[in-house]
Design a protein around this ligand. Structure first.
Ligand SMILES: N[C@@H](CCC(=O)N[C@@H](CS)C(=O)NCC(=O)O)C(=O)O
Length: 302
């Protein structure tokens, strides 16, 4: 065992992983209260169903925003069948462990969606699966030409596989862990910068992720990497994001799209109240039920 690291150098010093891992409910990290080593519902909870065929149960995190951007883009093209109700799932207080939610997504993560326009209704979980489903259903934002379609799926899958290193890796250890540890922060800062460089290099010669076509690949990548470039984890100086000039250009351009601006607002729980539309049931909610307006009416939605 000469090549085993000396436990005195472990963190905390002397720590040796036990033979069988045991759940320590009080690990002190942010979100420790909602993390569990088992799946399944913790309580009975019915989900509301609104008037539209598409029912979204979500929150305005990057994974949630991918889907609301797609829905708003479809509506902007005049696809009225993409009208949707967006209900708030507060993950900080465990709504994702309610029985109806778990029946849609056994993985207990937002976003989750039901399509009631088909019989029996279709359940959807995983944001990438939703983007693909909506693109196929409505025939937009997923090119039909073989090379472009493959490239769109390449980048969609890249995003789904890569972002956990940014969120669960860098975000967790740089921002959420109860104390700072150099080893994981170095590990995930390096990986995050590598990913930013992948995007920057690609966008140096491509307007969007798939050449001149704006696709579900842009919609998947923008919420995560746009937020890393702008505000996430207060890590922009740490990551020296200003060196990624081509990525910066794309983040700004995509961020100006009206549907992206609207999609970002839906189910948002942070930032200025005028940037939040906690629930969306109609296009008019952007004019009538923004959080600043709801607050001014003492919580009343109209
Ligand atoms: N791969 C999933 C990730 C979904 C995900 O991690 N959702 C987070 C919010 S961004 C969540 O619901 N967390 C609650 C929890 O972990 O209990 C997707 O893209 O849909």
């Amino acid at each position: 065992m000469a090549d085993q690291p000396d436990p005195a150098n472990n963190q905390p010093p002397g720590y040796v992983p036990p033979k069988v891992w045991v759940w320590d409910t009080a690990n002190g990290g942010a979100f420790a209260n909602i993390n569990r080593p088992i799946s399944g519902a913790t309580h009975d909870k019915e989900l509301p169903i609104g008037k539209h065929p598409l029912q979204l149960y979500s929150m305005g995190t990057p994974n949630g925003v991918k889907v609301t951007i797609m829905l708003e883009e479809l509506l902007a093209l005049g696809v009225t069948a993409a009208e949707y109700d967006a209900w708030m799932i507060m993950i900080g207080t465990g709504d994702q462990f309610g029985s109806d939610f778990v029946a849609i997504n056994p993985n207990s993560k937002i976003p989750a969606m039901m399509d009631h326009s088909v019989s029996p209704p279709v359940r959807l979980f995983e944001s990438g699966s939703m983007l693909f489903y909506l693109a196929e259903k409505f025939g937009h934002f997923l090119p039909t030409e073989t090379h472009k379609r493959a490239e769109t799926m390449n980048w969609l899958m890249w995003q789904m596989a890569s972002a956990p290193y940014v969120g669960g890796g860098l975000g967790h250890f740089y921002a959420y862990a109860p104390f700072k540890m150099q080893y994981p922060i170095d590990r995930f800062a390096m990986e995050t910068k590598r990913q930013l460089h992948v995007l920057d290099t690609h966008l140096a010669t491509n307007k969007y992720m798939v050449g001149d076509d704006y696709t579900i690949a842009d919609m998947a990548i923008w919420p995560w990497y746009g937020s890393i470039m702008r505000e996430a984890y207060n890590a922009q100086e740490f990551l020296n994001v200003k060196e990624y000039t081509h990525l910066d250009r794309w983040v700004t351009e995509v961020g100006k799209r009206p549907a992206v601006i609207r999609g970002r607002m839906v189910n948002r729980t942070f930032g200025q109240p005028e940037t939040q539309l906690r629930e969306r049931h109609d296009a008019s909610d952007f004019d009538n039920n923004r959080e600043d307006m709801v607050i001014a009416r003492d919580g009343k939605r109209i």
